[in-house]
Design a protein around this ligand. Structure first.
Ligand SMILES: *Cc1c(COP(=O)(O)O)cnc(C)c1O
Length: 368
């Protein structure tokens, strides 16, 4: 075995801080002197209730979540939220506004109308407008005061697009419902600007299986009792996240990640490092004399998922293969996109990005 350091650039499930995995390893058979693994203890035990409580409190601290917001750890991934937000929040409304900016918001758009009477109104389409190389500015979104909410994805994991200026709508307009799966906790945001924030944990937090939902309290009034409890936000809130068995182990690991984030200086510090990682990687692409290509407008370039290609599919394939042997893993682009994608979430150290850049330059010397 060589001692090459492995850097995991997967879009998700994604890299976790090594110290988190080591803690989980050391606690695997005996969590905190209980004699039990977190995996095998009752979700209603005091020990697990405490894990859940602290995970929520630490997330509240990190994101500065106001008291009038509830936090839930649900299951079903971000995909389940595409429908849950409509089922719960569109009661009594005829219209939901939906902004399509890439792969995930397109899927959300296609799913949201199912099991709903509301008309899912296309408020903007970044594919038609910009071929997904830029994002429609929020002041061009066609939204109505009468809509239940406005749904959008703040960071498009597949297309490598991110609203670098965080959208904010006039207070007369309906609440924003935001899919933050691939950027939650990567930079400070003002939670109070949103009605609902949701995120699957497996991108920028860690394990798949837990989905974070942060919801403004007053919106819970819209959750009709006709909605089956398992899909009903209000039911989950009333039972303190214990309506049914939550994803105990993923919640435990998420809690460890939250503590790791606190030890790193929190979200503000993450933003500084994330900005630096993205800056040097985009510079490496832009300074390659056209060997590496990224066509996204600088103002919309994602700091989390950096896509690039050489323009020659055979060369992209070679890049994916050779980088793998060098410890730079899972750089192949999304199946429908081709090319490469480097996901550089919170847990990716600066050294990982530097190692990637070094390899890119060397690869270009050989094949450029
Ligand atoms: C990965 C991803 C999803 C889908 O998440 P699941 O947890 O697999 O349902 C949705 N939205 C965004 C932005 C994503 O990156």
């Amino acid at each position: 075995m060589s001692n090459t350091t492995i850097y995991n650039f997967s879009a998700g499930p994604a890299i976790l801080p090594e110290s988190v995995l080591r803690t989980a390893q050391s606690e695997m058979f005996d969590y905190n002197g209980t004699g039990f693994s977190v995996m095998t203890m009752s979700h209603r035990s005091d020990v697990f209730m405490s894990i859940l409580y602290h995970a929520e409190q630490d997330l509240r601290q990190l994101m500065d979540i106001p008291d009038n917001y509830k936090v839930l750890f649900l299951q079903g991934g971000a995909s389940a939220q595409f429908n849950m937000v409509v089922m719960n929040l569109a009661n009594g409304f005829e219209r939901v506004d939906s902004v399509v900016t890439g792969n995930w918001s397109q899927i959300a758009h296609s799913q949201m109308g199912k099991l709903s009477h509301a008309n899912i109104h296309l408020a903007a389409h970044g594919g038609e407008q910009y071929n997904y190389t830029d994002l429609p500015s929020p002041d061009t979104w066609d939204v109505s005061e009468k809509s239940a909410f406005v749904h959008f994805v703040i960071n498009e994991t597949v297309h490598g697009l991110q609203y670098r200026d965080i959208p904010k709508l006039a207070t007369a307009l309906p609440p924003m419902v935001c899919d933050m799966s691939s950027e939650i906790l990567s930079r400070p945001i003002n939670v109070a600007d949103f009605g609902v924030i949701y995120a699957g944990a497996q991108k920028n937090i860690g394990p798949s299986g837990a989905t974070i939902v942060i919801i403004r309290e007053d919106l819970l009034k819209r959750c009709s009792s006709h909605i089956p409890d398992v899909w009903n936000y209000q039911s989950h809130v009333e039972r303190q996240g214990m309506y049914n068995t939550p994803a105990t182990y993923p919640i435990y690991i998420s809690g460890l990640v939250f503590r790791w984030l606190q030890s790193q200086g929190g979200v503000a510090q993450m933003q500084t490092i994330n900005a630096l990682k993205a800056k040097i990687l985009y510079e490496a692409i832009d300074n390659s004399g056209g060997f590496y290509i990224n066509n996204v407008q600088p103002r919309a370039r994602s700091q989390m998922n950096v896509i690039f290609r050489t323009g020659k599919p055979e060369l992209d394939e070679l890049f994916a293969q050779e980088s793998t042997t060098r410890g730079l893993r899972l750089l192949r682009g999304y199946k429908s996109m081709g090319g490469m994608r480097a996901s550089i979430y919170n847990a990716m150290p600066l050294q990982g990005v530097e190692a990637l850049i070094e390899f890119m330059q060397e690869f270009q010397k050989r094949y450029g």
